[in-house]
Design a protein around this ligand. Sequence first.
Ligand SMILES: *Cc1c(COP(=O)(O)O)cnc(C)c1O
Length: 360
Amino acid sequence: MIPITLPFLPPKEDYDILLHGIWKRQWLTNMGPLASDLEMKLKDHLGVDHLLFVTNGTIALQIAIKALGLKGEIITTPFTYVATTSSIVWEGCEPVFVDIDKNSLNIDPSKIEEAITEKTSAIIATHVYGNPCDVEAIEMIAKKHKLNVIYDAAHAFGVNVNNKSIFEYGDISTCSLHATKLFHSGEGGLVITKNSKLLKEMSHIRNFGHSGPETFYNLGINGKNSEFHAAMGLANFNYIQAIHDKRKLLTDRYDKKLKNLKAIKPIWHTKSSPNYAYYPIVFESESLLLECFEQLKLNEIFCRRYFYPSLANNLPYLETKSIKNTDDISKRVLCLPLYYDLALTEVDMICRLLLRVQNN
Ligand SMILES: *Cc1c(COP(=O)(O)O)cnc(C)c1O
């Protein structure tokens, strides 16, 4: 059986050593030494000024929205994981969907301005599959209309644009360190900002709003993460390069073997390089996708239709809406298995099956 993904696991001894320290200190959560160490290591590794380790990538989005005090309408993409949209609704705001660019699969900046109303407070865009949005165009629009920008960078760990971390763009970027993500701590998330005022807001929000044992700075929630999750992150930290290299090897193999498949890959931002978080392909037609999907399933190979269907017509709490490129692409896009423990021979088998379906 080949699943769409398997989480990377570090050698168990690496985790055990860190557990030993947890037992000695009896400090299990609330910004413990391992959580602080992980924050420091990640800041250094990513080259960002400030970041906070939080419970997960969803609470990261909610904390970001809360810290900016967003109200009213938020312009966003319907081609993303549901957490981007649900966080907006959860925070009492209204998502306004703008179509994606059919090459990058990210929100199309040229369609943002026509969606702005007097109620618009922000843009929340996702760097889909780790491919950076057109951050310059989005920044220009945001400045012109005095809107805040949050990037859901859940897929974009380790990505640079113009030689700096993608996490430095926008007022706040968020990341997910969930087990299925490129770099993980089991469950976990990050909020990243250059703005020290926003950092202060978010660090208090993460801890119930406490400013002291008996005093409060703002309205908070429990967004802290535990020492056990930090330990998983720290154990994985030493393998970031190895994970990257293996995923690159597998991706290059897919590229080489699938040259003749009637499917295309998203066009990458020209001033960035891929982080190999996913292997998405957009088939020529939905029928070819479905045939391939079924054929792989018969061979115990399980892909995922990330992201299908469009969030603009699949959520019971929102009115449905058809959106041209998103509807079209979401029907034709498939992510192929990609994870550290996947073998090149397995990639070869997947590619053989795909080409056989197409050529039948
Ligand atoms: C995974 C993911 C999230 C949510 O992250 P969790 O850590 O699972 O809460 C949010 N947005 C996108 C785009 C994601 O892929």
